[in-house]
Write a protein that binds this ligand. Structure first.
Ligand code: NOJ
Length: 554
């Protein structure tokens, strides 16, 4: 019998630790809070948990600025708390994936502090990307790159003797200096960090900015501005350079050396790589590289039947071309929640990724939720693995009314408020409708204010309530597992109107027909079909309504 590794069809639930559950009432979620709430995930029926960073950090980018890769930040707990969390997760049958942030450290990292007190050309500086400035007095940045969070990608330091000095590269915030991956010490250090967490029993890593580690030789100017950086292509000198693949081949050998036995053998690596086209992305999941890479192209695809079909077909073919499964995702901590993203008019080619401010056009909440449920019902039937973002199982919308003084994402400040940033999807999760902070913590405190409408969406308002979003997710995950849909083959079905996404997923354990109606007119279901799941209540005439997806045994 052939063994199919667990990750090829796993459903992984992303926890953003500061916003899931707060045990001590300081308004910031923490590891003991997570441990206490893990039964929610066992009941939901996911296979694994991915934890965004909880390492020692000054929190200038919510923990994606790591000062010590081998410790837990006191706001989240201790290493012992991590061990308790991991043991409890494993007891509940949940695997643990942690984040690794290898493109940059925090400016509070011991290495960067040593770099600042060491002279230009020193080994301490050589772990980061320090360069002399341009112009007679070196007062111009070494090249014209811009930061992903707005403003220049370079900051000038003051040398220990008080004179204006070299510049260091930061593709993100000034507090996130990029490592220099041409330095073998950087390789050794980050590999050692992987070993540290593998030894503690983690089942895998999500790799932050996986496409950014290696920069083009000579750090050439680029005429691709910030927008182009969002559309990473092989042309941009900071993204998707061939050298990143050598790093991941080494990492694959490393995690493989930690393999256990049987279906559970593998410890996995999943890339966060905003790389287009999909053929370039597929290179990250060749059999000797990473196991998974998020399919952001699908995430960005408008809710239009032609676009959806094309994106699904293309991405399945691209993954298959290297023998990898596809990794689907609709929401995470960096993008507008799909229950809001889909609440805007949909147009071919339109990507609505930026945060939403109080003065921006607002999404239609009911429409967005209806479409989000329909989109998830499509996604969870697709072959491959799927990642869910905390709170999407409750149908949480983006919090669009956050006051400016509550916003903490560095994007907001670095763009002088032009971009609202990503706080809107990071608001703490509601558990109990009538409790202070909706049960997020023991008291009122919550690091971002929770919108009043979160109360009606709390877990206790949805658990065992027929047709709630939480019950929909639970049912879909159960059926997906029973029919092994993630291990299935997809076949497109003919005979439906163009506005209907129609396919069948067939696995060794069953076959399910999926119909999603993105058109205005109701569509009749095939005669004799049994509906086993539906993203919305069935219409009295039994037809499939607009923005409704069903799973059928037909
Ligand atoms: C991607 C992470 O998901 C995001 O939250 C972070 O700001 C950047 N990488 C920089 O680490």
């Amino acid at each position: 019998m052939t063994i199919t590794p667990w990750w090829r069809d796993a459903v992984v639930y992303q926890i953003y630790p500061r916003s899931w559950a707060d045990s001590d009432g300081d308004g910031i979620g923490d590891l003991p809070g997570i441990t206490a709430r893990l039964p929610h995930l066992a009941e939901l029926g996911v296979d694994a948990v991915w934890l965004s960073p909880f390492y020692t950090s000054p929190q200038h980018d919510a923990g994606y600025d790591v000062a010590d890769y081998r410790d837990v930040d006191p706001i989240f707990g201790t290493l012992d708390d991590f061990d308790v969390l991991a043991a409890r997760a494993h007891e509940l049958g949940l695997r643990i994936v942690v984040d690794i942030v290898p493109n940059h450290s925090s400016s509070e990292h011991a290495w960067f502090k040593a770099a600042l007190t060491s002279p230009p050309g020193s080994p301490e500086r050589a772990r980061y990307v320090f360069r002399d400035g341009r112009g007679a007095s070196g007062a111009e940045p070494p090249n014209n790159w811009v930061s992903m969070f707005g403003g220049p990608a370079w900051t000038r330091v003051t040398e220990p003797d008080g004179t204006p000095g070299q510049w260091y590269l930061h593709l993100f915030d000034t507090s996130q200096p990029d490592f220099d991956w041409s330095n073998p010490q950087v390789h050794d250090e980050l590999e050692d960090v992987l070993r540290f967490w593998l030894d503690r029993g983690v089942d895998g890593f999500r790799i932050d900015v996986a496409h950014g580690l290696v920069k083009a030789d000579g750090l050439p100017d680029t005429d691709l501005g910030l927008d182009a950086a969002n559309d990473a292509t092989a042309l941009a000198p900071m993204w998707d350079q061939p050298g990143v693949h050598d790093i991941y081949r080494r990492w694959r050998r490393l995690v493989d050396s930690y393999a256990r036995s049987g279906e559970d053998a593998d410890r996995i690596l999943c890339a966060e790589a905003w790389v287009l086209p999909g053929e370039a992305l597929a290179r990250y999941v060749r059999s000797d590289e990473l196991h998974q890479s998020f399919n952001f192209e699908h995430l960005m695809t408008p809710w239009l039947a032609d676009d959806q079909r094309a994106a699904i077909s293309r991405s399945l073919a691209q993954a298959a071309s290297v023998g990898a499964p596809q990794t689907w995702v609709l929401s995470n901590h960096d993008v507008v929640r799909h229950a809001s993203r889909l609440g805007f008019p949909q147009q071919p080619g339109l990507r609505r990724m930026e945060g939403i401010g109080a003065d921006d056009p607002q999404p239609d909440a009911a429409l967005g939720l209806r479409r989000a449920r329909a989109a998830t019902t499509v996604m969870l039937a697709l072959p491959g693995s799927a990642y869910l973002f905390q709170g999407e199982e409750l149908g949480l919308p983006e919090a669009t009314g956050l006051p400016d003084d509550a916003r903490q994402d560095p994007t907001f400040a670095r763009t002088n408020g032009v971009s609202p940033g990503r706080d809107g999807c990071r608001v703490p999760v509601p558990w109990e409708s009538d409790a202070p902070s909706f049960g997020f913590g023991p008291g009122e405190r919550s690091w971002l204010p929770q919108p009043a409408e979160f109360g009606d969406l709390a877990v206790d308002r949805q658990r065992r309530v027929p047709e709630s979003t939480l019950e929909l997710y639970t049912a879909l995950l159960d059926l997906r597992r029973r029919h092994r849909l993630g291990r299935g083959e997809l076949t497109w079905l003919d005979g439906y109107p163009d506005e209907v996404i129609a396919f069948r997923t067939t696995s060794a354990d069953g076959a399910v027909t999926v119909l999603a109606n993105l058109g205005a007119a109701p569509v009749d279901l095939p005669p004799g079909a049994t509906v086993i799941a539906s993203s919305a209540p069935l219409r009295p005439d039994g037809a499939l309504g607009t923005d409704q997806t069903v799973w059928l045994l037909a």
